[in-house]
Write a protein that binds this ligand. Sequence first.
Ligand SMILES: N[C@@H](CCC(=O)N[C@@H](CS)C(=O)NCC(=O)O)C(=O)O
Length: 240
Amino acid sequence: MPSTTQSRFANVKLRGFWRSSCTWRTRIALLAKEIPFEYESINILDGEAASADFEKDNPMRQVPILECIDNDTGEKIRIFQSVAIIEFIHEAFPVSGSSLYPSDIVAKARVREIAEVVNAGIQPLQNLSAMALIDELSAGMVEIQLGNGQKFAKRNIESGVEALEKIVVEIRQKVVDPGPFAIGSHNPTLADTFIIPQMYNARRFCVELEEYPMLISVEKACLDHPWFKSSHPDIIKKLE
Ligand SMILES: N[C@@H](CCC(=O)N[C@@H](CS)C(=O)NCC(=O)O)C(=O)O
């Protein structure tokens, strides 16, 4: 791993959970930017993120959180929300590793668009807290049974991946000599960083993915790539 000693920021620590798609996004970004980091597991299934101590660090009671030291001030920096974390990593360590953001303005906007489709349009609707709330609110309703949270999440993932497939197909159509990654690039971008963890979640919710051949093909290329391979939840699960 390269040194980050020339950077203003040091002692990078990621607090997350192996199965959390938002955490996986940030692991991919840290690997892409070749930033060495310490990792702390926060078990969201056991309610660790809901503890009073954790809530002080992130009032949303969610993972991931990125921490580091600002050498200029000696202060501990704490950032949550994967989009903010990934952007911070790119700006805090501008010279190391590879960027997940294309240099072309339009391509950059499109990878951000895909990131937001996942980040704002799909993932929050499959969150543990969202599913629990739906189950709680629908528990007393005669015609609805428990498990609605799970069904709600699955439906949202289905419509989300359907949209993603269309977006990715449309973007790639305009690319001359498309590579295997989402926007037709030859290296993974922010788009892949958000799509692949979402595909992993889609499988967890038993979404039929065969209907989305473009996403399957992008996923295959990414899962063969070292940033995605070594940050994969199945690997991290064994370390937690
Ligand atoms: N949009 C945020 C949200 C963070 C988030 O939703 N994290 C999930 C795991 S992927 C979580 O901690 N869920 C716990 C819960 O819902 O109670 C991000 O991109 O970091």
